[in-house]
Design a protein around this ligand. Structure first.
Ligand code: RB5
Length: 144
């Protein structure tokens, strides 16, 4: 599985450790920036991940900003992307099982790296349940 990742300056501190973590789990990780913690605008990096995943260049996307909220909102504006801020492994599982989420936003300021690693592992290993959820996700997709 290929995973695209990006952050803003507030999420940058967790980006490289998260790349190392996912690589260690056997995933192919594509780093879409930034290259340092200079101040940047999170919508630019949420858009990069969203467009990369929507184009089929990666299967999932991981975005990190201060809260995980703004960068996920930006990624979710790209057609084909179902993105959300996620702050617990339980929500990561439900986001996959019920919403077929393909991009998550993580908080680099309010959630420890170890918790974010568990969130990412759950996000990458949990399947969409389909069934009664399939029609609901189709309705979300129809809003693109
Ligand atoms: C940057 O200060 C901060 O606003 C950003 O990282 C993020 O938390 C926005 O949702």
């Amino acid at each position: 599985m290929r995973v695209a990742i990006a952050s803003d300056h507030a999420g940058f501190i967790q980006k490289q450790p998260m790349i190392d973590y996912m690589t260690g789990l056997g995933y192919e990780v594509i780093d879409l920036g930034p290259e340092n913690d200079d101040r940047v605008d999170y919508p630019d990096f949420g858009e990069k991940v969203g467009r990369y995943v929507a184009a089929g260049n990666a299967d999932r996307g991981v975005c990190i900003c201060g809260t995980g909220i703004g960068i996920a909102v930006a990624a979710g504006k790209i057609p084909g992307i179902r993105a959300s801020s996620i702050t617990s492994p339980e929500f990561a599982a439900l986001f996959r099982q019920h919403n077929d989420g393909n991009v998550i936003g993580l908080s680099g300021r309010f959630v420890d790296l170890e918790v974010n690693e568990e969130i990412v592992k759950t996000f990458l290993t949990t399947d969409f349940e389909g069934g009664r959820h399939a029609g609901r996700v189709e309705k979300i997709n129809a809003l693109d």
